[in-house]
Design a protein around this ligand. Structure first.
Ligand code: ADP
Ligand code: ZN
Length: 741
C-alpha cells in the first residue's frame, strides 16, 4: 500500500495513538487542508465531521449546497490509508469531480457505464494497486458481485454517500438504485460510512440513517442559510430588458436565467445573443446533444449565461455561478431555493433576482387547475400562495425563506437582501389601492387586471366603451396621477401578493376583493407597497453584495478579468472546466493581494501545493505583467502600452512597426501577449477571415505549438504574424475548440 503524505500520516498516527485526535491539539488538520486544498480555515461543521471520520465513526450530515461537503470526505481520504469510495448519483458529474480532486493532487478515478471495458479495467487495476485516494462510483455498481469482490480485496478507508436523500422514498428525489447501498454495512462491517445531503427533513434523515444502517452516526444539521447570496425581488415589467440591464451591470459573470416556458427560454436566449451577450438556451425539448453542448459551454465559461427551464439543474457543479435570475415566478419555495442555491457555491458573493408580476400567478394557477388529483392540486395551490406571499412581502427575504424551511433566523438585519439593505422603500398607497378596488367592485368583480387598470387611468378602449365602463365613477380617477399603467399594474400585483385581492378563473382570470382588501377599501386599514429606491452609481472597485462571514472584500476588478482569461486558457488546454483550475474566490484573492512570489501565492485560498506547482508561475506572470502595466514608467509597460495605443488608434501592424522602427513580428508578439493577458483587442481586424480559416485548419493538423511548422506547411503563404494572431484569437475566442497539442 502506498503511503500518502508520509509525514502527516505518521503524525496523525501518533496523534491517534496518543488518543488526542479528538481533542483539538492537532498537528495539524488545518495545515494538511492548506497543503492539499489551499484552504486555511474550515467552514462550519467541516472540522467536526473530518474528526469524526478520522476517528472511524459513521457520519450523517445535512449541509447546504456550497457548504463544502466534499472536503469532509476528501481530506480524510487523503490522510487515511486506503481508498475512499464515493457514491454519487450523477454520472455526468463524475468526470468533473475526479478532475477537480486530481487538480489538488489527490489520486482519483471513477467507474461508471460511460467508460469502455478496458478503461474500467485500468481503473480497477489502479484500485487494486492501492494507489487511489478516491474512487467515484454510481450506486448501481453495488448490485454487482464482481464489484463488491473487487472492493473486498483492497483496503478501504471510508464510504462517502453523496446526495444520500436519494435512498429515501420520503424525499423528493428517490432513486431505487440507492436501496442497494444498504448492503454496504453488512458487506463491509469494518469500514465507516458517511452520508451527505443538502436536503432532508427530520423524517427523511431518520429514513436515511435506518436504510443505510448507520451505526450511531455523528450527525450534523447545518443551517440552510447561504449568507453569500444577495436575494432580491423586483417588479417585472419588461422582463427581457430587465435581464439585459442586469447582465450589462455584470459583464463577463457566469449565471443562470430561469424562464418557465420553453418558448420564453428560446426567445430570451435569442434576445440576449442578439445584443452580444454570450447566452445559450437549455430546455428538455431540445435535442440531447445540443442541450449537452450548451451545458458544457456554460460549464467551461465559453458562454456567460444559460437561459433555461427548471430542467437545468441536476448535474451542475460549477462553483462560479455569480447570479441566478428568475424571469418568472417559480411554482413554490422549495424549487426557488434549490434554484438560487446554484449560485455562489464557492462562497463568493452572488446575486439572486426574482422578477415578479401578477401575470405569472395566473399562468401557474392555470397549470395547477389542470392537475387531476384534487389533493395535489390543493397542495400546489397552497405552495403557490406561499411564494406569492414571499415575493409580495416587505419582510427580510432570508428570514422568510429560512422560516419556511422551519429555521428561525435570529438577526434583525440579514444585510444581504433587498429589504434589509434598504434597496426597497415602503410607500403608502392606500388611496391608489382604494381606486383599484373600487373599480373592481363597481364592475362586479368580473374583470382582469388589464381592464381594471384601463378603467382607473381612463383609457379609451373599445371594451370600455362597449361595456359602458367610462360612465362608472372610478373611470379615469387615476389619470392625473404621476403614474403610468405599469405603476398601476404594480399596485395590483401588490394587492394580490398581500392578499387584498384574489384571482380566480383559469385562462381568463378575474379579480375579486378579499376580506383583507375590504378593510383597506373602507378605510379601516392602510395599504403599503414597496418599491425600489433609485441607486447611486456603482463604484469601479467591487463592493460585496453578500455578507459572507469570510469575504474577500475589495479587489482589483481589471486584474481579476486578466486572471480569468488566464484561467480559461489553462482550462482549455487541460480540457477541464475553469473552476477546476481555480475558483473565483481564489482569483479574487489574487486580485486583492497581488502576490509577487510563489511563497506569497501559497497564502491565497485555494492554492494547494499541487496547484501552486502547476499554475503558480503562470498566474504570477500575469500579475507581474499587470502590475507593470499599471506602474507607469517600466520599460516593458511602456513598449506594450505604445503598441496598444497605436492599435487602438486604428493602425495596422505594419504601420505600427514602421512608426516604431520595430519588426512586424515584434508588434504581433506584443499584441498576442496583450490579448493573452486579457486586453480587449479585436484581432480580427488584422487577419482576414480567409487567412484565419486556413491557419485554423493548419493548427488542427499540426497543433499550435510550432508556428514554424505551420508556416512551412502553408508553403509560406501565411506569415508568422498572422499565425501568432490567429493563435491568440483561438485562445481567447471561446467559439472554437481546437485542441492543444
Ligand atoms: P457542496 O458539495 O457542499 O455543495 P463543495 O464541496 O462542492 O460543496 O464545496 C463548495 C466550494 O467551496 C468548492 O469550491 C470548495 O472548493 C470550496 N470550499 C470547501 N471547503 C472550503 C474551505 N474550508 N475554505 C474555502 N473554500 C472551501
Ligand atoms: Zn434580509
Amino acid at each position: 500500500m502506498m503511503m500518502k503524505w508520509g509525514t502527516l500520516f505518521r503524525c496523525l498516527r501518533e496523534l491517534r495513538m496518543s488518543n488526542s485526535i479528538q481533542s483539538g491539539t492537532d498537528c495539524d488538520l488545518v495545515a494538511a487542508m492548506g497543503r492539499v486544498f489551499g484552504f486555511h480555515q474550515f467552514r462550519p461543521n467541516q472540522e467536526e465531521i473530518v474528526r469524526a471520520v478520522l476517528a472511524g465513526r459513521d457520519v450523517f450530515a445535512v449541509m447546504p449546497t456550497g457548504g463544502g461537503k466534499s472536503l469532509c470526505y476528501q481530506l480524510p481520504a487523503h490522510l487515511l490509508d486506503g481508498t475512499c469510495v464515493v457514491i454519487s448519483p450523477l454520472i455526468s458529474l463524475m468526470k468533473d469531480q475526479v478532475d477537480a480532486a486530481g487538480a489538488t493532487g489527490l489520486q482519483a478515478e471513477y467507474l461508471n457505464s460511460s467508460l469502455g471495458y478496458s478503461e474500467q479495467g485500468g481503473v480497477l487495476h489502479r484500485l487494486a494497486s492501492g494507489e487511489l485516494d478516491l474512487l467515484y462510483v454510481a450506486p448501481e455498481r453495488f448490485a454487482r458481485g464482481d464489484f463488491l469482490a473487487a472492493l473486498k480485496s483492497v483496503r478501504l478507508c471510508l464510504f462517502a454517500i453523496d446526495e444520500a436523500h436519494c435512498i429515501s422514498e420520503w424525499g423528493h428525489d428517490f432513486r431505487p438504485d440507492y436501496l442497494t447501498l444498504s448492503r454496504i454495512v453488512t458487506e463491509f462491517p469494518g469500514v465507516a460510512v458517511s452520508a451527505f445531503t443538502a436536503t432532508a427533513t427530520h423524517r427523511v434523515q431518520q429514513d436515511i440513517i435506518e436504510r443505510l444502517g448507520l451505526r450511531e452516526p455523528f450527525s450534523v444539521r447545518a443551517s440552510f442559510d447561504r449568507p453569500n447570496l444577495f436575494i432580491r425581488v423586483e417588479s417585472k415589467d419588461d422582463v427581457q430588458m430587465q435581464i439585459l440591464s442586469f447582465l450589462r451591470r455584470h459583464p463577463g459573470e457566469s449565471g443562470i436565467v430561469y424562464r418557465t416556458t420553453r418558448a420564453d427560454v428560446e426567445s430570451t436566449a435569442t434576445f440576449l445573443a442578439d445584443r452580444r451577450i454570450k447566452a445559450l438556451p437549455y430546455h428538455a425539448g431540445m435535442e440531447t446533444h445540443v442541450r449537452k453542448a450548451n451545458q458544457d459551454a456554460f460549464n467551461r465559461d465559453e458562454i456567460h449565461v444559460i437561459v433555461a427551464t427548471i430542467a437545468f439543474g441536476m448535474g451542475i457543479d460549477k462553483s462560479n455561478v455569480r447570479f441566478v435570475i428568475h424571469g418568472d415566478l417559480p411554482k413554490n419555495m422549495e424549487g426557488y431555493y434549490q434554484e438560487i442555491g446554484r449560485a455562489g457555491r464557492d462562497g463568493e458573493p452572488a446575486h439572486c433576482v426574482l422578477l415578479f408580476s401578477y401575470g405569472d400567478i395566473t399562468t401557474i394557477r392555470y397549470f395547477i387547475d389542470k392537475m387531476e388529483v384534487a389533493s395535489e392540486r390543493a397542495i400546489a395551490g397552497r405552495k403557490l400562495d406561499q411564494i406569492v406571499k414571499y415575493a409580495g412581502s416587505t419582510r427580510c427575504r432570508r428570514r422568510q425563506i429560512l422560516g419556511y424551511f422551519g429555521e428561525n433566523y435570529e438577526a434583525d438585519n440579514c444585510g444581504a437582501c433587498d429589504v434589509c439593505a434598504g434597496d426597497v422603500e415602503r410607500a403608502d398607497a392606500t388611496v391608489e389601492a382604494q381606486m383599484i378596488m373600487s373599480a373592481i367592485a363597481r364592475t362586479s368583480e368580473r374583470f382582469g387586471a388589464g381592464h381594471i387598470v384601463d378603467i382607473v387611468v381612463g383609457a379609451e378602449t373599445k371594451k370600455i366603451r362597449q361595456l359602458g365602463h367610462d360612465r362608472i365613477k372610478t373611470y379615469g380617477v387615476g389619470a392625473d396621477k404621476s403614474k403610468d399603467k405599469k405603476d398601476w399594474r404594480r399596485i395590483v400585483d401588490n394587492l394580490v401578493a398581500q392578499g387584498c385581492v384574489a384571482i380566480s378563473g383559469g385562462r381568463y382570470p378575474v379579480l375579486a376583493i378579499a376580506p383583507k382588501g375590504r378593510e383597506v377599501l373602507f378605510g379601516r386599514a392602510k395599504f403599503e407597497i414597496f418599491r425600489k429606491k433609485v441607486k447611486k452609481a456603482v463604484p469601479t472597485r467591487v463592493r460585496k453584495p453578500g455578507r459572507a462571514a469570510d469575504v474577500v472584500g475589495e479587489y482589483d476588478k481589471d486584474l481579476f478579468e486578466h486572471l480569468r482569461v488566464v484561467r480559461t486558457r489553462l482550462a482549455r488546454r487541460r480540457n477541464v472546466p475553469p473552476y477546476v483550475i481555480f475558483s473565483d474566490r481564489t482569483l479574487h484573492e489574487m486580485a486583492r493581494d497581488l502576490p509577487r512570489s510563489l511563497e506569497a501565492m501559497q497564502y491565497i485560498t485555494g492554492v494547494g501545493e499541487q496547484k501552486l506547482r502547476q499554475y503558480g508561475e503562470e498566474f504570477l506572470a500575469a500579475i507581474r505583467y499587470y502590475r507593470s502595466l499599471v506602474r507607469p514608467g517600466s520599460a516593458q509597460a511602456e513598449t506594450y502600452q505604445i503598441t496598444r495605443e497605436m492599435e487602438a488608434g486604428g493602425l495596422t501592424i505594419e504601420q505600427i512597426a514602421r512608426k516604431r522602427g520595430l519588426s512586424a513580428s515584434t508588434i504581433a508578439a506584443h499584441l498576442e501577449r496583450l490579448v493573452l493577458n486579457g486586453c480587449k483587442i479585436d484581432l480580427n481586424r488584422h487577419v482576414s477571415a480567409e487567412t484565419r480559416k486556413k491557419i485554423e485548419a493548419l493548427f488542427q493538423t499540426y497543433g499550435r505549438h510550432r508556428l514554424k511548422t505551420i508556416i512551412e506547411a502553408s508553403g509560406e503563404t501565411v506569415t508568422y504574424e498572422q499565425a501568432r494572431l490567429v493563435r491568440a484569437l483561438l485562445e481567447t475566442d471561446s467559439a472554437t475548440a481546437i485542441p492543444w497539442r
